[in-house]
Design a protein around this ligand. Structure first.
Ligand code: GLU
Length: 297
């Protein structure tokens, strides 16, 4: 049976780009008669807010994107993450480079630094001289991970060269997104993961974690990004495209119709219910190119 998920982060209201991904994730599961789970990714205590958790559930319901079960909140799962962490080849890293955002999914615009390996081979003696609480990194092998994305086709990445050892636990004890998401998706029995293509380069790291932890790897579908006319990613900063504004201006069917038209599922942006799109949905209709949002409706 197909099992998919919504995995929103409660660090703000959902915006148009999140809705686009949520709609495609939902349609993919419903078109296969599968089960849809909701998982609120409140991993980072500094960025998650209860008001956004409530709003996420309410916004998805308002859009007609219902789910079958809700998964446990990430903030309740640290024992599970700790158990997985203990089975990984980790080492303490004392570098002071910012690790703050590793509990959030790294979107492409965040840039990517390849860790130079400074703390990789410190001796016990050298470790003892450090005063800072360490973050923990995993020692990645010199291995190329390949996978076939359901939209973008064959992908490959050499972990050592293109990624480097990555953080799985922050110095304050918060587990990183990369580790948490793998444990959660595996424990939920997820068979597919649909998310924005700016998370594509997290996938090889996650596949390696699945394999190292002996967990089954789901099918990945990375969906094209919505961009502004200048080609830049629509960001959460554009308040007019977040749900607090969108819900004031539009009916759910109008928004769904608009998104379905952007996705190429219908020819014109006419109002439509999410459930009415199930029969026209196919991954073959979803292109790879970024989708420009010219004017909103
Ligand atoms: N919580 C992430 C986000 O809202 C999504 C992570 C994922 O789909 O793996 O960007």
């Amino acid at each position: 049976m197909t099992i998919g998920r919504f995995a929103p982060s409660p660090s703000g209201r959902m915006h148009l780009g999140n809705l686009f991904t949520a709609l495609l994730a939902w349609l993919s599961v419903r078109a296969k008669g599968g089960k849809m789970l909701l998982r609120i990714e409140d991993l980072d205590p500094d960025r998650s807010k209860q008001e956004y958790i409530d709003a996420l559930r309410d916004d998805l319901s308002w859009l007609g994107l219902w789910w079958d079960e809700e998964m446990p909140l990430q903030s309740t799962r640290s024992e599970r993450y700790a158990e997985a962490f203990d089975r990984l080849p980790t080492y303490p890293c004392y570098c002071s480079r910012s690790e703050l955002h590793v509990a959030s999914a790294p979107h492409m615009s965040d840039g990517k630094l390849i860790y130079a390996g400074t703390c990789r081979d410190l001796s016990e003696e050298e470790r003892k001289t450090k005063t800072r609480n360490p973050a923990w990194r995993v020692r990645v092998p010199d291995r190329t991970i390949t996978f076939t994305d359901g939209v973008f086709g064959l992908q490959r990445e050499n972990l050592a060269e293109e990624c480097g050892d990555f953080i799985v636990r922050r110095s304050d004890g918060v587990y990183a997104y990369q580790l948490a998401v793998v444990c959660d998706d595996a424990d939920g029995g997820l068979t597919e993961v649909v998310r924005g293509c700016d998370l594509m380069d997290s996938t090889p790291r996650q596949i390696w974690l699945y394999e190292t932890l002996g967990l089954p790897v789901p099918q990945f579908y990375h969906v094209p990004l919505l961009v502004a006319p200048d080609g830049k990613r629509l960001s959460k900063r554009e308040k007019s495209l977040d749900m607090s504004h969108l819900r004031g201006r539009f009916q759910p069917e109008t928004l769904i119709g608009y998104l379905a038209c952007l996705a190429g599922l219908i020819a014109k942006p006419v109002p439509v219910k999410a459930a009415e799109l199930i029969e026209v949905f196919s991954w073959n209709k979803i292109g790879k190119e970024p989708i420009t949002v010219k004017t909103l409706l």
